[in-house]
Design a protein around this ligand. Structure first.
Ligand SMILES: NC(=O)c1ccc[n+]([C@@H]2O[C@H](COP(=O)([O-])OP(=O)(O)OC[C@H]3O[C@@H](n4cnc5c(N)ncnc54)[C@H](OP(=O)(O)O)[C@@H]3O)[C@@H](O)[C@H]2O)c1
Length: 280
């Protein structure tokens, strides 16, 4: 869709489609940007200039955007007052079953935006530009996912027991397993940081245990599995676009972190891959 046809959008459905296509395009742009500029936060940058802010505060702010926009986008009966007056808003038609996905989304982001950063022993300062990019990303992602569940999901939910239910069960199980694995490996990194604060070495140490035996970034691998489960269970195109974005964001970041571990620690286990066990 070109700029001219974008200006001619008359319904929220068309706007949604434009935003979804734009969001898909973002994944390619993110991949290109990361390959050129790296993934400059945490271990991947030493910048600590005037544009940095508290890593913990930045993290909480940028991640809280997601559940807030998602809840608004899902529960609001229509978003008319946010849209230009010529645009006809989508009508809410959410089924009870879609609430399962609302619960999964909220569960993930209560951890990601509140529990996780507050439990972390420390977090490096972050460039404000990274935080703003994450805010934009989370806003569009949460709008698309919340809105799709609120307006398009019901057609699936009215089907009788069929292959879709198998996908629902498998996908939900994958989401739960992925989230558990993500939290578990985040916890291992937190323990490593606590060890450091007791005087056992530098800011970063080599992580061991569980899937760290196979990859440098198992928390990213589990995050990917988690959202692939969400997309599989919901069948949502917005959720699949989110999965593609995560892949384009976290696969290069995992590669940079993996390369950084190898360059930083002479004894770093050679058999580990970056993010996907035995593959990459
Ligand atoms: N869905 C998405 O698109 C998306 C995007 C990004 C992140 N996430 C999720 O958010 C979580 C955090 O991501 P992240 O990129 O910040 O991960 P990360 O770079 O691995 O860092 C995670 C935390 O662990 C600390 N840490 C990392 N390596 C360490 C080591 N070797 N020794 C001691 N401490 C170490 C970091 O400290 P410093 O702050 O001091 O570096 C940071 O506080 C992950 O679970 C990830 O899956 C999701």
């Amino acid at each position: 869709m070109n700029v001219q046809s974008y200006l001619e959008v008359t319904t929220e459905q068309e706007l949604f489609d434009v935003a979804l296509r734009g969001f898909l395009l973002t994944s390619v742009l993110v991949l290109g940007g990361l390959l050129v500029f790296g993934s400059p936060y945490g271990s991947q940058t030493n910048y600590n200039g005037i544009f940095t802010i508290s890593g913990r505060a930045a993290w909480i702010f940028m991640e809280l955007v997601s559940p807030v926009v998602f809840i608004y986008s899902y529960f609001s009966s229509n978003l008319a007052f946010l849209l230009p007056s010529k645009i006809q808003p989508l009508e809410r038609s959410a089924s009870t079953r879609s609430l399962v996905f609302v619960a999964l989304w909220i569960a993930h982001y209560v951890n990601r935006a509140i529990i996780y950063p507050l439990r972390q022993p420390s977090r490096k300062n972050m460039h404000i530009g990274i935080m703003l990019c994450a805010v934009v990303f989370n806003t569009v992602n949460a709008y698309l996912n919340g809105r799709w569940l609120a307006t398009a999901f019901s057609s699936h939910a009215t089907e009788p027991f069929n292959s879709w239910d198998v996908r629902f069960v498998l996908g939900t199980a994958l989401f739960v397993a992925g989230m558990a694995g993500n939290i578990h490996h985040d916890n291992l990194l937190m323990r490593l940081r606590s060890k450091k604060s007791k005087g056992n070495g530098s800011r970063y140490l080599i992580p061991y245990g569980s899937l760290f035996s196979f990859v440098s970034c198992p928390h990213f691998f589990c995050e990917l599995a988690e959202w692939a489960g969400f997309a599989l269970a919901s069948g949502s195109p917005a959720a699949w676009a989110f999965v593609l974005n995560i892949l384009c964001n976290l696969a290069p970041r995992a590669y940079f972190i993996h390369r950084w571990y190898i360059g930083t620690f002479a004894v770093y286990p050679k058999s580990r891959k970056a993010i996907i066990p035995f593959v990459f």
